[in-house]
Write a protein of this length. Structure first.
Length: 651
């Protein structure tokens, strides 16, 4: 037999609609709170409550520390008492001791009542929020509970929903206890429970009603592509069939309009146009303007003005296509996503003839359509004089001329658009090429930084304290760090805080004063060496005499700053038998190129000559490499023996 405690517990769960675990947790929390208040226990002390639902008993367990001498009985326990509960307890351990008061039932009933009710209310609010937050975007049923100028409150199974004035259908009237269907727009969590915002003017309200009334939409055979709605007045719905053999418009309308009529009644007589969606934009726009009949649609896409559809309709269909206060055209634009310009056929044909007369380039571009121009002029003149509507043949003729002129200007716009796109693509390519060239130049400059530059601190460069402070704040500590920024050009240092033109000039001057040798890339130096050798070998050489040449002293080579002298090796071919063998020794030129200031004098270095293995040491060098300051190139100077010991120099 169940105890009264368990019966009461089950009754609370059923009345509140809460799971037993939630109510049991609230009860245990209330009992612990009542015990703390009764005995004045500290909030740091661990206290738990255990409820036996079958027996209807409550037990309280309190955390106590094992000590040798008890000073505070509420928080301490002796070792003997602790081992009676936990045999392996030691001094300093913590044990849970049952400490249920004798009259705890009466105390709990009085003290824990408010706590239990509060926790249950919180659990109810959380359950309601969890339930309705899952229904966002769905249709709910409710009854009108109160009506105010700002909002209408609906009663929804244990909670309230708010229908704001902005979400109400214009012109719709509500009465107390009226049953309504509404779209759950938003669910907010508040301290007083969930706040549910519903709507009857949202376009998804119409979508959900169609899903409820049309089984083909609910099953996925028909898909809703787009909805444009002006609540209380008119709506347009674009539908498409996802299965062959299904009529999407007929499925939504139903037999004799039964399905769509029930939705119209739910929305207070709102007119609903069901339109078949088409992947072709022109066809879709023509259908979206229904019930008006469209004669021609010309599409124009512009990056600035967006997408525009120029629509031509018969004169008697112009007002119908625009709609009351432009509503039909406005809904069609929302449905299709295109800006729609509507013209009558008379206005469009008059514009086409005017363009032909004003622009001499239009007529040659029309081709065979140009033969219809006199006919169009006659049709327009007769229509203006007699005021009769156009027949089908006249409409076809007018359409051909209008589309021909439109097509000409569309081709011009497309060509201009293609030209702009090509220019933009070329500009992007040029920017990328310039950036790649700049990166390559920076990488080459970084490769020329000598390794020893990273070991020279900036404090040893002679920079002023002001400039040195700016560089240190930028994280630059060595000369190599500064040269890495200089590899990007002047902007590499000017972008640093506190560095201006004067500071930049000072930094450059101090770096140049260090006279650090640059590291030349071997791969890039090799073509220069080959070019120098090719220039030297290309020059004609005179026939050398058979006498041995006297020794020519090595002359100094003048080297300009920033120029590295390549190593030139030249070998002369052997002559025929009877002629003296001419041997040209390989000349290895090694020149160190320090960076010189303007005031310093240019230093001269001697050429180091290394004889090649296997050659005679007695041969003299007959060629010298001289640096020409005017041309900036290396020039080979040759000396030939003329008579006796006289030598002739030529370049």
């Amino acid at each position: 037999m169940k105890s009264e405690f368990l019966l009461a517990f089950n009754q609370i769960c059923s009345e509140r609609g809460l799971p037993g675990e939630v109510v049991l947790e609230a009860l245990q929390t209330a009992l612990v709170s009542a015990y703390r208040r009764d005995v004045g226990a500290s909030t740091t002390q661990n206290i738990t409550a255990k409820v036996d639902l079958q027996a209807g008993q409550v037990r309280i367990f309190v955390e106590k520390r094992v000590v040798e001498t008890v000073i505070n009985p509420d928080q301490e326990i002796t070792l003997a008492e602790a081992r009676a509960i936990q045999p392996n307890a030691e001094v300093g351990d913590v044990v849970m001791v049952e400490s249920t008061p004798k009259d705890f039932g009466r105390i709990a009933a009085q003290t824990a009542k408010q706590v239990i009710l509060q926790r249950i209310r919180e659990a109810e609010r959380e359950a309601q929020y969890t339930r309705y937050v899952q229904q966002e975007g769905e249709i709910v049923h409710g009854s009108v509970q109160s009506i105010t100028p700002q909002a209408v409150r609906l009663y929804l199974e244990g909670t309230e929903a708010i229908l704001p004035r902005s979400q109400q259908v214009p012109g719709e009237r509500y009465t107390l206890h009226q049953r309504l269907r509404a779209y759950v727009l938003e669910v907010r969590k508040t301290g007083r429970g969930p706040q549910i915002i519903v709507s009857r003017s949202h376009k998804n309200m119409l979508r959900r009603l169609l899903e409820l009334e049309v089984p083909e939409i609910f099953n996925g055979a028909v898909e809703i592509k787009a909805i444009a709605r002006e609540a209380g007045s008119r709506s347009k719905v674009a539908v498409a069939a996802r299965q062959p053999g299904v009529d999407p418009v007929g499925a939504c309308v139903g037999m004799r309009g039964v399905r769509i009529q029930s939705i119209v009644n739910e929305l207070g007589g709102e007119k609903i146009d069901i339109i078949e969606w088409s992947p072709d934009a022109a066809t879709f726009i023509a259908k979206a303007l229904s019930p008006a009949k469209v004669l021609s649609v010309q599409l124009e896409e512009d990056l600035v003005e967006g997408r525009t559809a120029n629509v031509v309709v018969p004169d008697d269909q112009l007002s119908l296509a625009i709609g009351r206060a432009g509503q039909n055209a406005r809904l069609a634009a929302k449905l299709t996503g295109w800006r729609i310009d509507i013209q009558s056929v008379t206005e469009a044909a008059t514009w086409a003839l005017r363009q032909v007369n004003e622009d001499p380039n239009v007529l040659p571009a029309l081709g065979a359509v140009a033969e219809l121009l006199p006919t169009v002029a006659t049709i327009l003149r007769r229509h203006e004089q007699e005021g009769l509507p156009y027949n089908s043949e006249e409409l076809l003729t007018l359409r051909q001329v209008i589309e021909g002129v439109w097509g000409y200007y569309a081709s011009i716009r497309n060509a201009e658009r293609a030209r702009r796109m090509a220019e933009e693509a070329a500009r992007r390519v040029a920017i990328e090429a310039a950036e790649a060239k700049r990166r390559a130049a920076i990488e080459a400059a970084l490769a020329r930084i000598p390794p020893q530059a990273h070991g020279i601190p900036l404090t040893e460069t002679g920079l002023s304290a002001r400039v040195l402070g700016h560089l240190e704040r930028a994280g630059l500590a060595t000369v190599g760090d500064v040269m890495e920024h200089m590899a990007e050009g002047d902007e590499g240092l000017l972008k640093l805080d506190g560095i201006g033109p004067k500071s930049l000039a000072e930094i450059k001057r101090c770096i140049e004063a260090l006279a650090l040798p640059e590291v030349e890339e071997e791969e890039k130096a090799a073509p220069a060496e080959e070019e120098a050798v090719a220039k030297i070998e290309a020059e004609p050489e005179a026939v050398l005499p058979t006498e041995p040449a006297p020794e020519v002293p090595t002359e100094a080579v003048e080297v300009a700053p920033e120029i590295e002298t390549p190593e030139v090796v030249e070998e002369a071919p052997a002559e025929e038998a009877g002629a003296e063998e001419v041997v040209t020794e390989a000349v290895s030129v090694a020149v160190e190129i320090p960076e010189l200031s303007v005031e310093e004098e240019e230093e001269e270095e001697k050429i180091e000559v290394k004889p090649k293995k296997g050659r005679k040491r007695g041969r003299r060098r007959r060629r010298q490499l001289i640096y020409d300051e005017e041309t900036g190139e290396l020039i080979a100077r040759r000396r030939h023996k003329k008579e006796e010991e006289e030598w002739e120099e030529y370049w």
